[in-house]
Every structure is written in structure tokens, then in C-alpha cells.
Design a protein around this ligand. Sequence first.
Ligand code: C2E
Ligand code: MG
Ligand code: MG
Ligand code: MG
Length: 283
Amino acid sequence: EAKKSGRNAYCFYEKRMTSHATEALNIESDLRKALLNDELCVYFQPQYRLTDGLLVGAEALVRWQHPTQGMLPPAHFIAIAEQTSLITAIDHWVLTEVCRQLVEWRSRLGCGVLPRISVNISGRQLDQLNTAQEISRITHDNGCQPQMLCLELTESFLMEHDEESTNILKELSQQGFELAIDDFGTGYSSLRYLKQLPFNTLKLDRSFVKDVIDDEQDAAIVKSIIALGQHMNLVVLAEGIETQAQADFLIAQGCEFGQGYFYNRPLPADKFESLLRTIFDES
Ligand code: C2E
Ligand code: MG
Ligand code: MG
Ligand code: MG
């Protein structure tokens, strides 16, 4: 009896595996087509100075306008893309699109200084040859300067390519790109990277901000990360601020910058442009 149910369990498991694998395969080939057919788009989530609400930047977040499934968030496809070379193509497409958008906004809104746009770069491409040159080439070829951009990298990937990624980040920093360490506190051995690598900004992960008001341990972690950032002369930017109480807590602890639904959800480019217009009209 036990053997029988064991065998059934095995069959069930195998079926699941197969359907997962098929699903991944479909997403992969659909994603290839999506890149060719311009089905990806970029949303922009504003980033603010917390004390006075000054808009300081925005994070570019990729979306997939799927022909049958509607607007898909990155959770549906980034992990699969990261298992293939597709992630490099996606990240380069996003960078290109952000540059194109910046140039368009610059000409449409007059020559005011535009907020810096942060672009997520998967560590998966850091081990590729000429990564820094490629990022720099895309930026310049599309009419932008490195100073207009910030590159966000996660700690979990940094440790996978130790020496190489160090050199790539140093090169990007020398060229003038701002560098942010994304989702800080969720990876491993992050402190060594803070010391060795030329990061400007530390992004405090949303998972710690979420319960900062009710959970003493999260509060302690958040306070410590903010203090760490300050002592290391890094800009600290909190992710995922959803309430006034969270914002107040962060401000009281000296966290200077943040983003989150409390301020704005990620916005389509035209909505972000409207926001820029209201700011430029005021000043
Ligand atoms: P991330 O870089 O940490 O981006 C922040 C995520 O938090 C975004 O999710 C954003 O929509 C979400 N978020 C912002 N504020 C709040 C809030 O107040 N509450 C909650 N619950 N969520 C908030 P999104 O757009 O779904 O992106 C998820 C992740 O996908 C990103 O996390 C990033 O790791 C990855 N990603 C997005 N775009 C790209 C891309 O172009 N390239 C690569 N390699 N990864 C990307
Ligand atoms: Mg990010
Ligand atoms: Mg993040
Ligand atoms: Mg995050």
C-alpha cells in the first residue's frame, strides 16, 4: 500500500515537473518574441527626499505587455530570463529605452536637470566580457551621459563573480555612473562589498521596511542599516514605503531618501512625464 501511494506521489511529482519545464520553455520563447515585437515597456517609480518631498530620481521597472495575458510584472519572467542570456538582452533593452526616454523628456520639457533614472542590472551579465564597455556604449550611443543614470545591483550576485565584478563596477564608477546596492540586507556577506566596491547608494530592502512599526527586530535592523550607510558615507534610500508612519520612522532615523506606494506606484512614462511637468512648471 505504501509502495503504491509512493509511486503515485512520484508520478504526480513528475507531471508537475514536466508542466513547470514546459511553462518555462513557453515563457522563454514568448519572451524572445516579446523583445523583437516591442512588447516590453518601462514604468518609472519616483524617488523622493523624505524630509521635504523633493523628487530626486526614479527607478525604471520593466513590464511585459503580453498579447493575451495582459501586463505582466517582472516576477513572471525575470527569473526565467536570468537562466538564459535573455536577461542581458532585456537589461540592455531597458537601458536603451530609458536613455531614449530621457532624451525625449529633455527636449520636450526644456533643459531643466532631469531626475536621475535607476536601472536594474542583473548580476548574471557581470561575468560577460565587456559588460562595462557595453553599458557605457549604449548610454552614449543613445545621447545620454553616465551621470544621468544609476545602476542597481543586488548583493546576491556580486558574490558570485568576485574579482571580475569588482573590476567592472570600478570601471563603471570611473565612467561616472552612480552605483546602488539593491535589496540591501537580503544577501550574504554584504559588508565586505560595501568596503571594497564603489557604491554610492544603499537601498534598504522593502522586507525590513514593511513591519518596521510593529516589529522591534525589523526596527533594530532598519536603524542599524541606516547608521551603517551613514558611517560609510553612503546615500541610504528605503524601498517599499507604504505609510506615513513608516516614512516618519525612517526620517527620524536619518534615512534621507525613499520610494514606495505611499508616494507613487511605478508609473507609465506619460504619467511620469506629467509629474515632471508639474515640477518644472512650479520652479
Ligand atoms: P526591485 O529592484 O527591488 O524593485 C522594487 C520593486 O518593489 C518593484 O517591483 C516595485 O514595483 C516594488 N515596490 C515599490 N514600492 C512598493 C511598495 O510600497 N510596496 C510594495 N509592495 N512594492 C513596492 P517590480 O516592478 O515588480 O519589480 C520586481 C523586481 O524585478 C525588481 O525589484 C527587480 O529586482 C526586478 N526588475 C525589474 N525591472 C528589471 C529590469 O529591467 N532588469 C532586471 N534585471 N531586473 C528587473
Ligand atoms: Mg531595483
Ligand atoms: Mg530593490
Ligand atoms: Mg526589493
